[in-house]
Design a protein. Structure first.
Length: 470
């Protein structure tokens, strides 16, 4: 280990960002490493290499070899370096390093059993805990409606628990090799820091190759064409490349990092981000970020709902994936009702998660905020009540629902009527279909005045359905 010499030019510092993966198989395809160096004479940083193909253990050996060759190295890793402080205290751990040692022994057991505080596997619901987040997770601002996930969540959309638990073994081994880990240790090189790529990329629609390419061309116009194409080839490569470039751009700040003095931070760690007033993204929106549009939030909701409904099917003869229904409801709102409200569109995609899956209101709020959670709860039936009571309450409560909830209810009924005529449940009699149409009409009657376009569409579909049934 070498002490940090601040007078050294930050352009000489080697910076590596690793897009990590906790996957049990296929990790070599998912783990990407990007190395960048600061630009000379105030120029833009540049990618030195961008590659995948190493396992977690091979990444460890590679970093040890690189530090042996040239110790003036900073590495950013995109997983949680610790767990909430209460967990460490409960296990009588006085330092994060003791947690890494415990995780090296117990992580696979924790992952296999998925017992509280860990959750996310089928049948393993989100438990009540003193806190699901570290303080640093809660302090990260929302980026395109996306925020850090709980390190206790080990499966599901955007979960980080598995990668973090398996990554703690790397932290322990590098620490044993005299690497410094910020903010737990005194300054020195080589150095490990925890990063959250969303803070460095902004609200890019990472699932879109076109958006990734546009963003790279805009943000890093001097990046070599070959490097740019490789960085845009996958969201993992993109995160590694952009993170490395942004870290290199802030290399001078990285050399100034100091050991934490706050006792909670010394247990939980801290996500690195540019200092106050040093936003990674300029105020104007970047190509591919969909700034001001609901697209990033909608894609996150869609991924979440698809995971929650993954084992469910519609009752029609084709047994189509259940996720087709919430997508249909959101589409009706957007295309028929001309709705652009991101809260309502997210809630449409998520509207059956509490009622028909093991999702809790707390999980929804954690991932999508209080407004989305409240709206989904507003349209959720109490499944503990008999079906006849639930149907009666929908009629009675409709007039008092919020404007958003009324629109969602109408769109839901439009989608369901289309299915009853085109893809009816295989066991529904003609009489049951007619009863559904009558009941839907009574529910929508209490929702009128919310959206004329939706109401007119419902009336047309209802008339056509009754004519089709005879």
């Amino acid at each position: 280990m070498v002490a940090i010499e601040r007078q050294r030019s930050s352009s000489d510092l080697r910076v590596i960002a690793i897009d990590w993966s906790g996957a049990k198989s296929g990790a070599r395809r998912k783990i990407w490493l990007a190395e960048a160096r600061g630009g000379r004479d105030g120029g833009e940083p540049e990618i030195v290499r961008l590659e995948c193909g190493r396992s977690r253990r091979e990444i460890e050996r590679h970093l040890l070899e690189e530090a042996e060759r040239e110790p003036e190295l900073i590495v950013g890793l995109d997983y949680a370096f610790s767990l909430p402080a209460w967990f460490l205290r409960e296990h009588e751990l006085t330092t994060a390093r003791e947690l890494w040692q415990l995780a090296a022994r117990e992580a696979e057991t924790w992952l296999e059993r998925c017992e509280p505080p860990f959750w996310g596997r089928p049948g393993k619901r989100r438990p009540a805990l003193p806190s699901h987040f570290r303080r640093t997770d809660a302090d990260v601002p929302s980026v395109g409606s996306v925020r850090p996930k709980s390190p206790f969540q080990i499966t599901g959309a955007g979960s980080v628990g598995t990668g973090s638990l398996r990554g703690m073994t790397l932290l322990r081994r590098l620490s044993d090799a005299d690497w410094r880990v910020w903010p737990f240790d005194a300054p020195g090189l080589p150095l490990l820091i925890e990063i959250y790529p969303r803070l460095l990329t902004g609200a890019v629609v990472k699932s879109s190759p076109k958006a990734r390419a546009q963003y790279l061309a805009w943000r890093f116009p001097e990046l070599a064409e070959g490097r740019r194409r490789l960085a845009a080839s996958s969201d993992d490569a993109f995160d590694a490349a952009v993170s490395a470039l942004e870290l290199a751009r802030h290399a001078g700040d990285l050399l100034d990092l100091e050991q934490a003095t706050d006792p909670v931070e010394l247990l939980e760690g801290r996500i690195w981000r540019p200092g106050p007033g040093e936003a990674v993204l300029p105020e104007r929106s970047a190509p591919g970020t969909a700034a001001g549009s609901p697209l990033p939030a909608l894609l996150s909701a869609l991924e979440y709902a698809a995971e929650k409904h993954r084992d469910q099917r519609r009752k029609g003869p084709e047994a189509s994936p259940y996720i087709n229904h919430p997508i249909s409801v959101a589409r009706v709102l957007a295309e028929v009702g001309e709705v652009s409200d991101p809260i309502l569109l997210q809630a449409a995609i998520l509207h059956d998660t509490i009622e028909d899956t093991r999702t809790t209101p707390g999980e929804l709020e954690e991932s999508f905020g209080a407004e989305v959670r409240a709206l989904v709860e507003e349209v959720t039936d109490d499944k503990s009540l008999p079906k006849k009571v639930r149907k009666r309450l929908q009629i009675e409560h409709a007039p008092g629902r919020s404007l958003r909830a009324k629109q969602l209810k109408i769109a839901d009924k439009i989608s369901n009527i289309a299915d009853i005529i085109g893809r009816p449940p295989t066991d529904w009699t003609l009489e049951r279909k007619r009863e559904y149409l009558d009941w839907a009409e009574r529910v929508v009657a209490g929702c009128r005045g919310a959206n004329r376009l939706l109401e007119e569409c419902f009336d047309r579909n209802l008339l056509e359905a009754r004519e089709a049934l005879g």
